[in-house]
Design a protein around this ligand. Structure first.
Ligand SMILES: O=P(O)(O)OC[C@H]1O[C@H](OP(=O)(O)OP(=O)(O)O)[C@H](O)[C@@H]1O
Ligand SMILES: O=C(O)c1cc(=O)[nH]c(=O)[nH]1
Ligand SMILES: [Mg+2]
Length: 194
């Protein structure tokens, strides 16, 4: 499955949104990939995650466990783990910091693939990887359905992306006027209060 095939899945799901969005990183963008509309279709999710699992194995060989950052990473993480035939765990924010909770554990030296939905700056991926390493896992690769950084996001381990896009994103104080004129949406979970 190549980038165009992945984009078509997002288009068919109505998940390729245009407007004015504030992203998890605080950057603003005229495009938002509403991945939940993709993952809600179990067959679509299966097609994408099977392709990602195949690409992970082809790139780094077998792994022991897949771990994702909540909330967006949970469904693709689970489905990718199913095709890898490994455990599916997730980290979630406790006091703002990603942690393994709910009885999830990683054995020392276990090979972990960190599975994300979307990578923009790689910040959430780096935070998730740090939490896994703190718990004792060896992160052999990161994987995502879409890397929208044009391949520039650095997560300090190999990043295996099913699709790579180069989507503009701007700091809040450097918005193009046509973007600044639109009302802003904040669709992610990072700034949700408990
Ligand atoms: O590469 P980054 O700049 O970190 O951006 C990508 C992250 O943003 C979204 O998560 P978000 O924090 O919006 O919450 P969600 O997982 O609940 O959608 C997405 O799920 C990625 O985790
Ligand atoms: O950077 C983000 O927060 C982000 C971008 C995007 O296109 N989709 C998403 O779910 N999050
Ligand atoms: Mg997320």
């Amino acid at each position: 499955m190549n980038t165009e095939d992945v984009l078509n899945e997002f288009r068919d799901a109505g998940a390729l949104r245009e407007g004015h969005f504030v992203l998890s990183s605080g950057l603003h963008s005229p495009v938002f990939l509403q991945k939940n509309l993709v993952f809600m279709d179990t067959r679509r999710c299966e097609r994408l995650c099977k392709a990602l699992a195949d690409k992970i194995v082809a790139t780094v060989g077998p792994v022991d466990v897949a771990i994702s950052p909540a909330v967006g990473g949970i469904i693709p993480g689970y489905e990718t783990a199913r095709h890898l035939n490994v455990r599916s765990l997730y980290v979630e924010r406790e006091g703002g910091e990603f942690k393994l909770r709910r009885g999830f554990t990683v054995e020392p030296g276990e090979k972990v693939v960190m599975v994300e939905d979307i990578v923009t700056t790689g910040l959430s991926s780096r935070e998730c990887i740090a939490a896994i390493q703190k718990a004792g896992g060896e992160v052999v690769a990161a994987a995502c359905i879409v890397d929208r950084s044009g391949g520039r996001a650095d997560v300090a381990v190999p990043l295996i992306a099913l699709a790579t896009l180069d989507v503009p994103a701007y700091p809040a104080d450097a918005l193009p006027p046509e973007l600044a004129a639109l009302p802003v949406e904040d669709p992610g979970s990072r700034r949700l209060s408990k």
